[in-house]
Design a binder for this molecule. Structure first.
Ligand code: TXA
Ligand code: MG
Length: 327
């Protein structure tokens, strides 16, 4: 049984630190999604993350820190990366930087790469990391390939049969994973769109933000095509909902036909992208819980946070090699 406790309760921090010191995983809230965390220097703890998620070992994890000083004990920050961290931390930005040779981050965290992904999450987990005094390795707290959890009870449902301590800080405010970037020579490579959009990064750094190119050889190994997947099939960019499909709507119904939907959830009546991002995963889960054959999604504008929302929807709708034959 997962044990969900309010992160603001008296014993929460001590209980969390006890688990981490013992080499066990805990679930922590962040402003993006809930994470499954362990001491980044503890091989047993980190191996447990991979085992619990069913995550391939070649896919490295993000180290969560309480700020830049802790980050610099494990990574080498060039001036642009430092400027980005200074401005956007705590917040939904992950920086991939060179791994310090004297860092004691376990090899499993970086999957043996000579770089490390680091971010300082906003919210009450910051105090837990600070009190623990070491970075926490944490992927999103869903089983590999499934929808990321934005509420403590999502994590509880995912791991209901495991003795996992889940710290609860309410629904995640951003609701989409962090933006991952790596600063290159005169540009910034966007490895994963997320809570901070390209325009914000360009405005602060004065550098162009570019897509990963085969020639740079930099990719986030975890950007597998199929991800964030509900049980139901998904179709995107639908204006007129097909008969019997569950509908993930966006904006007012003007110019759209919703009359044939079996069930409707609206990401944002007002067409607000931040509201849509914050609700995306929980509304996908709600629709999926009704076991529809199909979830149809209305078009989402590809601007600002809409880029990250569309990225996640595209992966959720991608063919799933292990499942498609049976559906
Ligand atoms: O918002 C978030 O980033 C959440 C919360 C829990 O912090 N975490 C998260 O972690 O989304 P995860 O493991 O689901 O995604 C981390 C991504 C993966 O695609 C992984 O391949 C990439 O980061 N990554 C990690 N280390 C990397 C590295 N050294 N170079 C390139 N990509 C890296
Ligand atoms: Mg994930």
């Amino acid at each position: 049984m997962a044990r969900i406790i309010d992160i603001a309760s008296r014993d929460a921090q001590e209980a969390a630190i006890g688990e981490l010191r013992a080499g066990r995983c805990i679930a922590i809230p962040t402003e993006t999604v809930y994470g499954l965390a362990a001491d980044a220097t503890n091989g047993v703890g980190v191996a447990t993350i991979f085992a619990m998620k069913g995550r391939p070992r070649f896919n490295p994890l993000i180290c969560h820190v309480d700020g830049l000083a802790m980050a610099e004990t494990i990574g080498v920050f060039d001036p642009v990366s430092r400027k980005l961290a200074d401005h956007f931390w705590p917040g939904p930005l992950t920086l991939v930087v060179a791994l310090r040779k004297d860092s004691d981050v376990h090899d499993l965290v970086t999957a043996g790469l000579d770089t490390v992904a680091i971010r300082a999450p906003a919210g009450p987990s910051q105090a837990v990391i600070h009190a623990f005094g070491k970075p926490l390795a944490a992927p999103s707290a869903n089983r590999s390939g499934r929808i990321s959890p934005t509420q403590a009870r999502h994590v509880g449902d995912e791991y209901h049969d495991e003795p996992l301590l889940v710290l609860d800080a309410g629904p995640a405010k951003v609701g989409l994973e962090s933006t991952i970037v790596k600063v290159g020579n005169g540009h910034i490579v966007l490895l994963r769109p997320g809570g901070i959009c390209k325009e914000e990064l360009e405005a602060l750094s004065g550098l162009p933000v570019i897509e990963p190119q085969a020639s740079t050889g930099i990719v986030a190994p975890g950007m597998l095509e199929s991800h964030y997947a509900p049980e139901a099939g998904m179709v995107l960019d639908i204006r007129d909902c097909p008969q019997g499909a569950a509908l993930l709507a966006f904006g007012s119904g003007k110019g759209k036909d919703r009359s044939r939907a079996s069930c409707i959830r609206n990401l944002s009546e007002a067409g607000d992208l931040a509201e849509a991002a914050a609700g995306l995963y929980s509304l996908m889960k709600e629709l999926d819980a009704g076991h529809p054959k199909l979830i149809a999604v209305e078009p989402i504008p590809a601007e600002g946070l809409g880029v990250a929302i569309n990225d996640r929807l595209k992966r959720a709708a991608a063919p799933r090699p292990d499942k498609d034959q049976t559906r």
